[in-house]
Design a protein around this ligand. Structure first.
Ligand SMILES: Cc1cc2nc3c(=O)[nH]c(=O)nc-3n(C[C@H](O)[C@H](O)[C@H](O)COP(=O)(O)O)c2cc1C
Length: 172
């Protein structure tokens, strides 16, 4: 893959992975892309817990209603930030930036990924050994895409809303 444009255009959520491990240098590149992301006032509120242990990934997969894909990932990355009531929206926005950077960096390397919303952050915190005051609301699965990406029982609405519907010029 040769361009940012191509990565953005072709990237899809990948929830089923092969057993192939991700090489160390690719893991480092993914995590480093998240570290390089932009953030509100450059606060960089994130810390990343990189998880390869299958037992831990399985436990994490149970902390969200749609987090099952973590169980089959070669790498899980828990996005951790201060548990701040007054900066909550900005922190989540910042974590979204880091997530997107990591996912696009992975895609360029042929590595698929998917977000997992953590519905039980306290349970996730205990699994990950987070210190007091730190919280995990989102994690990412990474791995080489399996051929079959179907999800039984899920109708997968593909594609994106049309450009003309999304974009307004000068005023709404
Ligand atoms: C904030 C956010 C939360 C998400 N949470 C989950 C989740 O808990 N489980 C999951 O399987 N996918 C989750 N996703 C992935 C979306 O379902 C996916 O990005 C969307 O359906 C588009 O997929 P596509 O790029 O393959 O078209 C989340 C995405 C975002 C941006």
């Amino acid at each position: 893959m040769s361009s940012v444009e191509e990565a953005i255009r072709t990237k899809r959520a990948v929830r089923r992975f092969t057993d192939q491990p991700i090489p160390e240098d690719a893991i480092h590149a993914i995590l480093n892309a998240g570290r390089r992301a932009q953030s509100s006032k450059n606060t960089q509120p994130w810390s990343f817990v990189a998880v390869r242990d299958k037992g831990t990934l399985k436990q994490l997969a149970e902390t969200g209603d749609f987090a099952g894909h973590l169980a089959g990932a070669a790498l899980g990355v828990a996005l951790v930030a201060p548990d701040s009531a007054d900066r909550r929206e900005w922190i989540l926005f910042d974590l979204g930036q880091a997530a997107a950077y990591m996912q696009l960096a992975a895609w360029e390397l042929g590595i698929g990924s998917c977000i997992a919303t953590i519905y039980q952050p306290e349970r996730a915190g205990a699994i990950l050994g987070l210190p007091d005051g730190m919280r995990c609301d989102v994690a990412l699965s990474f791995g080489y895409p399996a051929t079959d990406q179907t999800r039984p029982g899920v109708v997968r609405p593909g594609g994106r809303r049309p450009f003309e519907e999304v974009v307004h010029w000068e005023q709404w």
